[in-house]
Design a protein around this ligand. Structure first.
Ligand SMILES: CC(=O)N[C@H]1[C@@H](OP(=O)(O)OP(=O)(O)OC[C@H]2O[C@@H](n3ccc(=O)[nH]c3=O)[C@H](O)[C@@H]2O)O[C@H](CO)[C@@H](O)[C@@H]1O
Length: 367
């Protein structure tokens, strides 16, 4: 890549859009330490905190999505859109990027729209098998679309869509070397099985309720927990913190959380699924039913259909969790099969393949 490369990345709203953008930024920086990288997000969303923590500058736009139901908040939408288009133009004019990359979420809409209108190369990355609204609109004009599922070619222009997989932070590639450090970091015992509970980047109300119900049973079964509760629910559940139960609002060291775990209970957001394949540990998926076209269940089924994980839907939890999960925890043969099989589904080169596409676009622009 050329010296002094200038890149704007935009993705946010939830971790599912933020961490792919950070993974791409890290790989661009690794290949070209002189690259200037700027993030653009939505002013009040979690990217404003998580991106600076990852070491990058971020500018916030005043933008949100249209509410599906009739809501007063929608009245502000046209003003937010105009304001964010105007600010995107200012940001692009002053930063002068060589390329603009969008990973989904509201802020990437106006920003990429302006980049496209100015003829700046654009790349979008779609994590899900069912594209979100922002990427659906942008895909009509973006130069390249990097996706994780073949199925998106039914929605996106197939000739510009490349299946790369989802970018995953590189520190997750070597979690198997971190087990000791991880147990120490969380203050966990070396003699007990550890279950890691993940509710997606925002936390999951139903999973938190489930864990609360079975806390004493986990104790009786000699199982310790790392329990990611989520910002919205943390105040309600943090009282359960103990030597055996490590409660966290958010896990800033996902590498250590994955490293400490023997078994993982998780939502099935696209990024979580991609990471879990790389980590290669036995998983129980509890997909969120509150997402468009039940796409988390589809993400999970892509894994369970390969005999590589277990899935229980929220509707089935009351009946199936107790008999299935506690038996699963003791079934070493099945745990090993799942570990082996889920690892076969990993696409560890996704980030590098996406940055190859970034380089190609920039080269093409130069010609
Ligand atoms: C409710 C909802 O709308 N969920 C969507 C959201 O999920 P969500 O935002 O949960 O995103 P994903 O499951 O894709 O990824 C979660 C990311 O957050 C990180 N993480 C999570 C918890 C934590 O404590 N620390 C941490 O760093 C994970 O390591 C991962 O990188 O975006 C996904 C990708 O577009 C979609 O598939 C999901 O359906």
């Amino acid at each position: 890549m050329k010296k002094g490369l200038r890149v704007i990345l935009s993705g946010g709203g939830t971790g599912g859009h933020i961490y792919p953008a950070i993974a791409i930024a890290d790989e661009i920086k690794r290949r070209n330490p002189d690259a200037e990288i700027l993030f653009v997000g939505a002013r009040d969303r979690m990217e404003m905190e998580k991106v600076p923590q990852a070491g990058y500058e971020i500018k916030g736009l005043w933008i949100s999505g249209l509410q599906r139901k009739l809501s007063l908040k929608n009245l502000a939408f046209p003003f937010k859109l105009l304001s964010s288009l105007s600010n995107s133009r200012k940001i692009i004019n002053s930063f002068k990027p060589d390329i603009v990359i969008g990973t989904g979420g509201f802020a990437s809409g106006p920003l990429l729209r302006v980049a496209i209108s100015k003829g700046i190369p654009t790349l979008i990355q779609e994590q899900n098998s069912l594209p979100g609204i922002t990427n659906k609109i942008l895909a009509k004009y973006a130069n390249t679309i990097c996706a994780a599922y073949e199925k998106v070619k039914e929605v996106f222009p197939a000739e510009r869509t490349i299946i790369t997989g989802n970018p995953v932070r590189q520190d997750l590639l070597k979690v198997n070397e971190l087990r000791e450090e991880a147990r120490e970091y969380f203050g966990l015992s070396a003699n007990k099985k550890t279950v890691l509970v993940l509710g997606g980047s925002l936390g999951a109300r139903r999973i938190n309720k489930l864990i609360e119900t079975y806390l004493s049973k986990f104790g009786e079964e000699n199982v310790q927990l790392i329990w990611q509760i989520g910002k919205l629910y943390y105040s309600e559940y943090k009282k359960y913190e103990s030597d055996n139960v490590r409660t966290r609002e958010f896990l800033n060291r996902m590498d250590l959380a994955y490293a400490a775990a023997d078994v993982i209970i998780s939502r099935a957001g696209a990024g979580s699924v991609s990471e879990l394949c790389i980590v290669g540990k036995p998983v129980l998926f509890i997909p969120s039913p509150n997402v468009a076209e039940n796409h988390q269940a589809k993400n999970a089924m892509a894994v369970t259909s390969k005999d590589a994980a277990l899935m229980i839907t929220e509707d089935e939890l009351a009946e199936r969790f107790d008999p299935c999960f506690f038996q699963f925890l003791k079934d070493e043969k099945r745990l090993n099969t799942f570990s082996r099989n889920i690892k076969k589904l990993a696409l560890p080169n996704a980030t590098s393949d996406i940055v190859d596409e970034v380089e190609k676009l920039i080269e093409k622009q130069k010609k």
